[in-house]
Structure formats: C-alpha cells, structure tokens
Ligand binder design. Structure first.
Ligand code: AOF
Ligand code: ZN
Length: 361
C-alpha cells in the first residue's frame, strides 16, 4: 500500500472528530508494521491525549520499527499533554509520514526536527491540501489568534434578508434550516446584532442536531439596549455574551451580570471594533465563529476584512421594492470595480434552495 493510502485513512479518522476538538485541530494517526495496521488513533477532545498517543497505545510493542502516518506534525511542546514527538522516539518507530506541518508557533518545525535528530526518517506533505482543508479553522486561529469567521446569510434571489424593517420571517426551506442547525453545532459561538435580537427574538440554540452541544451566543449591543424578556436572556440553555461599547451603562451591566448564563464583554471604544472583539474572542478560545447578523453586522464584518468564508442560502423567491432589507448595509462601494470580489468554493442544492460557500479573493 502507498503512503497516500494510509494517510487517507488517517485523514478519514481525523474527519470523524472534526466537530469536537476545538480549539485543537482534528488529527488522525495510523501505525503500520510489516504491511499490517497495528494502531489507529484520533484526537478526541482538547485536553485529552493526542492522536499518536492513542495509536501508540494500541500498537504496544509493535510500534518498534513501524511507520507512523499522522495528519499533523507531531507536537514538541508540553501543553495539556506531553510531546508526541518524544513518545514516538521512545516507542522506537523507524519512519514518520506527515501531511501538514503544525502552524502552532510552539511546534512549527520543531516536532520534525526532534524526530530527525533521533534518526527517524521523516516524509512530509503527503495529502497536504486535504489536511490543510480539514483544519482550515485551526490554521487560521493559531496563526491570527482570532476565530475563523463564517458569515452566514439566508436571502431571497434578489439578495434580501427581510421584506421590510423589523420583521424576521423565515426565507429558506426547512431543509436549509436543518443544515444551519447542524452548522451551529459545529461552531464555538454564534454572533448576531442587537437589531436581530429586537426584531426576531431568536433563541440562537441548536435544536435540530446534537442538542447537548450548544454554541455560546454572542450579541453585539453597543449601547446595551437589550430587554430582559429576550429569549437569549430568558433561555439559559447556552451561555450568552453581550458585547458593548465603553459608554454602556454601568448599572445595566451590573444588572445583567447577575444572570448566571449572561456575561458582558465591554470593549475599550464607544463603538464596537470588530478587530478588538475578535482578538478578545481568540483569547477566550473561540476558534469557529458563525455570524448570523443583519445588514449592519454583516457590513461591519465584511469591511473589517476578517471574514474567512461566506455561507449563503438563496431561496427561489423575490420580494423587490425599496423597503426590503439587503444583505449588507452600505459598504462604501460606489462602482462595480470596487466591489468585494469572491471566489465560489462550493455550490449545493438543499431542498429548493441553493447553498453557496465562498471566500473573499
Ligand atoms: C499532535 N497530535 O493529535 C494534536 C496536536 O494543549 P495540548 O497539549 O493538547 O496541545 C495542543 C496543541 O497541540 C495544538 O494547538 C496543536 O498545535 C497540537 N495538536 N498535535 O501532535 C494531535 N491534536
Ligand atoms: Zn501531540
């Protein structure tokens, strides 16, 4: 069997745990000795043993002289767990094949060096692109120290998110809504603006998938306008973080902070600066952020330059008119040549809707 065959298996293993390792990457490992698989492993959860350790435990003494396939460079640092590179050396493996180097500055290249210095043959870049795509959120997060931002929208064919101001009505089909709930489950946090909380009163929980996994709800509310009757305040099934500007009322902050699932994040400027917010969320280990904002939140994220991908559900409906609400408020684009240009990455048909995944060029 080829290196690609075993690496593909290791990537499949990593793919199965991708939704549960945040803020760690999903990693898979396969150990082969004399043409037989003697160990398999995947990293299951942040704080628990890494993929190589599970596979080494399974292989036992058969790891001696084996080849280890691992989707990410084995770590070289003492984090929540000891370094995998040392464990591989101690187990006496002969060869290590990796897909992608670990961009974590604590590791980046040092893991490979440790293995090579111990006389282990190291092969890199096997199925590299698949490995990078699998952990695109981790790669962005560990390098920028900010969450990977997905801007999700449900729109009509003519690009509207509502027929008029103040009403939040369902645009897309049931199938798309199920898909959105699955995506919510895969994120560490969901973010909306206070406008959406006032008009739609969303619960912002995942109610159609694994309901035990609830992302944190983040509300951008510069002047702390939120009312206590809103579902994100009344319903305690997920934490709610309310982000305010520096001028928000101290009294209101104190009142809201008494609610056990509510936390106030006060930023340093009177208006919310997206960059400052994302750095704060990065510190709080939010790796995958799902933005379900209205036109204002969408525009501020796009303008801030920090959107990693857009997921747009398009329903075959047209509302027309000048009162209908567009997907983005003013972006300062005066002519087509200044438009934000996107590259389409995926197009799916979901029920009667289209789902388009795109990235900024
Ligand atoms: C590996 N194998 O399966 C994973 C790795 O806090 P710790 O100790 O869990 O370390 C987390 C870091 O380790 C993470 O940021 C990434 O650089 C690396 N993840 N490395 O050798 C694995 N999950
Ligand atoms: Zn490790």
């Amino acid at each position: 069997m080829t290196d690609e065959f075993y690496m593909s298996l290791a990537l499949d293993l990593a793919g199965t745990t991708k939704q549960q390792t945040s803020p760690n990457p999903a990693v898979g490992a396969v150990i082969v000795s004399n043409g037989e698989i003697v160990g398999l492993g995947a990293h299951l959860k942040a704080g628990s043993p890494h993929a190589e350790i599970h596979a080494l435990r399974m292989a036992g003494s058969q790891a001696n002289g084996s080849t280890v396939y691992v989707t990410l460079e084995p770590c070289s640092h003492y984090g929540k767990t000891p370094p995998c590179a040392n464990a591989l050396i101690e187990a006496g493996v002969s060869r290590v094949v990796i897909a992608a180097q670990d961009p974590n500055p604590l590791v980046a290249g040092k893991g490979l060096q440790l293995l090579r210095d111990a006389g282990i043959e190291v092969t890199t870049d096997i199925l590299l692109e698949r490995a990078q795509a699998l952990n695109k959120e981790f790669f962005a997060y560990i390098q920028q120290r900010k969450p990977f931002v997905t801007l999700k929208q449900a729109i009509t064919l003519d690009g509207k998110i509502a027929a008029k101001r103040g009403i939040g009505e369902q645009i897309t089909s049931k199938e798309s809504q199920v898909d959105v709930h699955k995506d919510r489950e895969n994120h560490d946090a969901i973010l909306v603006g206070i406008g959406t909380v006032c008009s739609d009163n969303p619960r912002l929980t995942n109610r159609l998938g694994n309901t035990k996994k609830q992302p944190i709800r983040i509300i951008l509310d510069t002047h702390l306008r939120i009312k206590p009757d809103r579902l994100v305040i009344m319903d305690s099934s997920a934490p709610t973080w309310i982000v305010t500007g520096s001028k928000a009322s101290a009294e209101k902050i104190a009142q809201l902070s008494q609610i056990s699932h509510v936390e106030i994040l006060q930023l340093s400027n009177p208006l919310i600066d997206i960059e400052e917010l994302l750095l704060e969320l990065g510190k709080r280990q939010i790796m995958k952020l799902y933005v379900e904002g209205g036109q204002t939140v969408n525009a501020s994220f796009l303008k801030s330059g920090s959107v990693n991908q857009l997921i747009t559900y398009i329903a075959p409906k047209i509302v027309g008119g000048t009162n209908a609400i567009p997907m983005f408020s003013d972006l300062g684009v005066k002519q087509m040549e200044n438009a934000f240009e996107l590259k389409l990455q995926e197009i799916h048909k979901i029920g009667e809707d289209l789902k388009i995944v795109s990235v900024l060029k």
